[in-house]
Design a protein around this ligand. Structure first.
Ligand code: FE
Length: 340
């Protein structure tokens, strides 16, 4: 009873300050969980509805950017209504872990279904979909034979032909963190400096702008997450940009995850665990990935049809948590290399 009252009060505060979806009238019950999600509403709502239908557990959710959600979790402490934090990029999941916001979870089901490199070694979070970040190129001006690796985009032949998203975005911090892991500081610095020297224009604020710049002829190659291309292709099947899978002869293309963990102060951790375990079922996986044209985290499952057209690829299997660990160093390196 005391606990119920506590949650109700937190809900009211949340509504007042952040326009939360949580109502004030009800208290959190045992057949109800609350998810703080950096994944947008249209990507989670249909999934949560199916989970509720199948299990009788209702899901409340609050969507926002990863940073504000983590700040909110931290500020709420043990009064938080959140049972699950769902966010994108291992960099963010790592941040939530080191800030003590997530509780470690042992789950044979999750361990069996999710490849080892796509979850936290200590179980604080589990990847739920895979997001690939390969090279994208103009089908009109680039022969894919010219492409090979992320590193090779630093070659002089790409001078004035490369577009990148800003280094302020966690996606590129994770990508450079992985380069650091594999190549070390000196070589990674050379690569990033080479990219900067090859830029056709100042870095863009988002991946879609990179793809549109390639299509418009402002540049010929770029690096983005594939689902942004998937979204464009769903509307414009003739969009003249496609995927090149880099580093297939060595470590594989860079991948990251969207994922989730149970909050340290979850009110209903068992029901929260039920949600995570349900999300790695075949159908839930396919739907969860397909809604955003990502890849299922369960290996044998097929992606959405637009995604499948880009073919299969070898992915880097270094644990994505390394991207989190090396993120700060990667940011500083990009800064020194003049990549803004
Ligand atoms: Fe994204």
């Amino acid at each position: 009873m005391t606990q119920g009252l506590r949650v109700a009060l937190v809900c009211c505060a949340a509504v007042a300050t952040a326009g939360s979806l949580l109502g004030c009238a009800e208290v959190q019950r045992e057949d109800e969980i609350t998810v703080y999600s950096a994944r947008q509403e249209h990507l989670i709502k249909p999934i949560f509805e199916r989970f509720s239908e199948e299990t009788g557990i209702s899901v409340r959710y609050v969507t926002d950017q990863a940073g504000p959600l983590m700040e909110r979790l931290r500020a709420e402490g043990e009064r938080t209504p959140a049972d699950v934090l769902m966010t994108v990029d291992a960099g963010n999941l790592h941040q939530a872990t080191v800030n003590g916001l997530l509780a470690p979870l042992e789950s044979a089901r999750l361990q069996e279904r999710i490849p080892e490199h796509l979850r936290d070694p200590e179980g604080h979070w589990y990847g739920l979909s895979v997001r690939a970040r390969p090279i994208l190129y103009s089908t009109e001006r680039v022969d894919p034979e010219e492409l090979s690796t992320y590193e090779a985009l630093a070659d002089e032949k790409w001078e004035g032909r490369l577009c990148l998203r800003t280094s302020q975005m966690v996606y590129n911090q994770s990508l450079v963190a992985m380069l650091l892991y594999h190549l070390g500081t000196e070589q990674t610095t050379e690569v990033v400096e080479g990219w900067v020297a090859n830029l056709a224009t100042a870095p863009f604020s988002n991946d879609t702008a990179v793809l549109e710049a390639i299509a418009a002829g402002q540049c010929d190659v770029g690096i983005t997450n594939t689902y942004y291309l998937g979204r464009i292709l769903a509307d414009k099947p003739d969009f003249p940009v496609t995927v090149f899978w880099p580093n297939q002869e060595d470590r594989g293309a860079h991948v990251n995850v969207s994922g989730a963990g149970i909050t340290r102060h979850a009110n209903n951790p068992e029901q929260a665990q039920q949600l995570l375990e349900w999300l790695v079922g075949d159908e839930a996986q396919q739907q969860f990935a397909a809604l955003n044209r990502e890849y299922p985290v369960v290996e044998e499952l097929e992606p959405d049809s637009i995604v499948a057209e880009w073919g299969t690829f070898k992915a880097d299997t270094i644990n994505v948590s390394e991207a989190g660990r090396l993120q700060r160093e990667a940011s500083m390196l990009m800064d020194r290399a003049g990549y803004r």
